[in-house]
Each structure stands twice: as structure tokens, then as C-alpha cells.
Design a protein around this ligand. Structure first.
Ligand SMILES: C[S@@+](CC[C@H](N)C(=O)[O-])C[C@H]1O[C@@H](n2cnc3c(N)ncnc32)[C@H](O)[C@@H]1O
Length: 286
């Protein structure tokens, strides 16, 4: 592991430790399912999992002090609180979490209360709402994160729909765990710009992160790249290769001992289609 990669890992470990210190409960995805309404909990989109490398996420979003950061489906609020705990040169001027499940939202509010007591300046920029992200006013959002790891394509499409230019005129970047459906991206004027990885409590060896930017509407400029042309997508090939390589050794029900088989094939195709793919020969083995 290069020095830079090890530094990035340490950055995340120390940020996450400061976030964890705000909570009474250890990180336990199941604990926070207990109070959810049964009919809601049964829906996949309400399943729970947390990103455990928030700094990598913020770096991919290129978070700055000028940003209004939104986590749509913020759970216990740990990404929002992590953004508030960034050093002053990177800390967004607003960090907002929208969460549908009351019990998770309440856990987030309690943690924010602790932050408010300990570090009122950092807490001041933080806003937590128990609401439906699909109908929330996102007018000031510049950078958005959606952990859609368990969303259906239809639900991911609905989230993309909530980011249409009319609703989010200031939007610059969106990061998602799973790729957004291309028709929904086109409708929302979102264009894939980068692929990298983050860690999650459900994916300690990493999971994909897709980064989108606001693009032109299809047909806006004659001769412009088509929406499906991904030759200018920046691919963090070392991170993706590391993830795929680690995943090969994990057994999962779907992968049947070659975990990530499906996602690996999709990523390989993407990587091979991008100008920045660095080692297609290595990827061919997945
Ligand atoms: C996988 S968790 C992500 C938690 C956190 N953002 C993270 O990545 O660490 C996804 C969350 O989205 C919430 N969610 C799903 N649909 C939602 C909606 N329409 N509005 C607000 N929250 C929603 C779920 O209840 C769940 O807590």
C-alpha cells in the first residue's frame, strides 16, 4: 500500500473515531431497524448500512467550504456529522441529512446534540430532517450523496428525478453507491464523471462510488458527446482493482464463492470502455 493510500486510510479512521464518539450505541445496522414500521422495514430501500470512509466520499465530491452538502437517506447522520467535523478549510457551510425512518433520525439528532455541547461551531452548520428526501426542498444543494446500495433501479431513478435542474439549480456533484439508471440521469441532466470506491459496514473491502456532475441536456449542443459516451469518465483504477481483488476471496450467496462476480463484470466493461482504464489485462481475470 502506498504512503498516500495509508494516509487516506488513517484520515478516515480518525474522522470516523471522532464521529463514533458522538454516539451512545456502537455502529450496528440491525439495532436501527428495530423501531422501523414493519411494512416500511420490509421495503429494500429502508435497509440500513453505513459508509465507513467518509473522507474518501468527501474527496470524491470535492467538498469545499462553499458547499451545501446533502445526504439523502442519512440514517444515523454519521456522514453529515463527519462533514461537520472536517477541518475548517474543507467543512461545508451547510451539512444536511434527510432521513425517513424516525428512529434513525432520532439517533442522529441525539448525536448532533452531543456535538453541539462539545463543538458548537462545527454543529452550527448541521441540519437533520426527518422527511422524505424525494419531496424535500433541495434548492441550495451543491453536493449530494445517496447511499443507494439496496435501492431498486426504480427507487434510484426516483432519487435522480428529485435532482432535476428545476429542483436543484445549484447542484454540482452527486455521488451514489450504485450507478443511477441512464434514462433517469439524462432526465435529471446528470452525467457520470468518475468512478472510485468507498468502504461501508456491509462492504469492508470496498464498494463502488459513482460521481456525477451536472451536464448539458441531451441534444443541447450539436456534436457534443452522447449521454452514454463515457470516454471522459475518470476511473480510479487502483482503488477499483484493489476492491475487486479483495472481493474475489469472499464468499457470498450471489457470487457463489466468486463474490462480486456480477458487479465485477459490469465494472470491467466500464473500465475497458474508459480512456483512463490503466490495466485491462489485470481486469480481464475478474
Ligand atoms: C443505506 S442507508 C444510508 C445511511 C447513510 N447515508 C450512510 O451511507 O452511511 C439508506 C437510508 O436511506 C433511507 N431512505 C430510503 N428512502 C428514503 C427517502 N425517500 N427519504 C429519506 N430517507 C430515505 C433509509 O431509511 C436508510 O436509512
Amino acid at each position: 500500500m502506498s504512503r498516500t493510500e495509508s494516509d487516506r486510510l488513517n484520515d478516515d479512521v480518525s474522522l470516523l473515531a471522532r464521529v463514533d464518539a458522538l454516539y451512545d450505541h456502537p455502529r450496528d445496522p440491525f439495532l436501527y431497524n428495530s423501531g422501523a414500521d414493519e411494512s416500511m422495514a420490509a421495503k429494500h430501500c429502508l435497509a440500513y448500512g453505513e459508509v465507513t470512509s467518509p473522507k474518501r466520499l468527501f474527496a470524491a465530491l470535492e467538498l469545499t467550504v462553499h458547499d451545501c452538502f446533502y445526504d439523502l437517506g442519512s440514517g444515523r447522520g454519521q456522514c453529515v456529522l463527519a462533514a461537520s467535523l472536517l477541518e475548517s478549510t474543507m467543512r461545508p457551510c451547510k451539512a444536511c441529512g434527510i432521513e425517513l425512518v424516525r428512529e434513525r433520525h432520532d439517533a442522529a439528532v441525539t448525536a448532533l446534540g452531543v456535538l453541539r455541547e462539545r463543538q458548537p461551531v462545527q454543529a452550527a452548520a448541521c441540519l437533520l430532517m426527518c422527511a422524505n428526501a424525494l419531496t424535500f426542498d433541495l434548492g441550495d444543494a451543491t453536493k449530494v450523496f445517496i447511499n443507494n446500495a439496496v435501492f431498486s433501479d426504480e427507487t434510484s431513478g426516483q432519487f435522480a428525478g428529485a435532482l432535476a435542474p428545476a429542483q436543484t439549480p445549484k447542484l454540482e456533484r452527486v455521488a451514489t453507491i450504485n450507478e443511477l439508471p441512464s434514462d433517469a440521469c439524462e432526465a435529471a441532466s446528470l452525467r457520470l464523471m468518475a468512478m472510485t470506491t468507498v468502504d461501508g459496514c456491509w462492504a469492508p473491502y470496498g464498494t463502488t462510488l459513482f460521481v456525477y456532475r451536472r451536464g448539458r441536456f441531451a441534444g443541447g449542443v450539436s456534436g457534443s458527446l452522447s449521454w452514454r459516451d463515457e470516454t471522459d469518465v475518470q476511473v480510479d483504477a487502483p482503488a477499483i482493482e484493489r476492491m475487486l481483488s479483495a472481493r474475489r476471496f469472499i464468499a457470498t450467496p450471489r457470487g457463489g464463492g466468486r463474490a462480486g462476480g456480477t458487479i465485477g463484470a459490469r465494472l470491467r466493461a466500464k473500465l475497458e470502455n474508459t480512456a483512463h482504464a490503466r490495466s485491462p489485462a489485470t481486469l480481464a481475470s475478474y
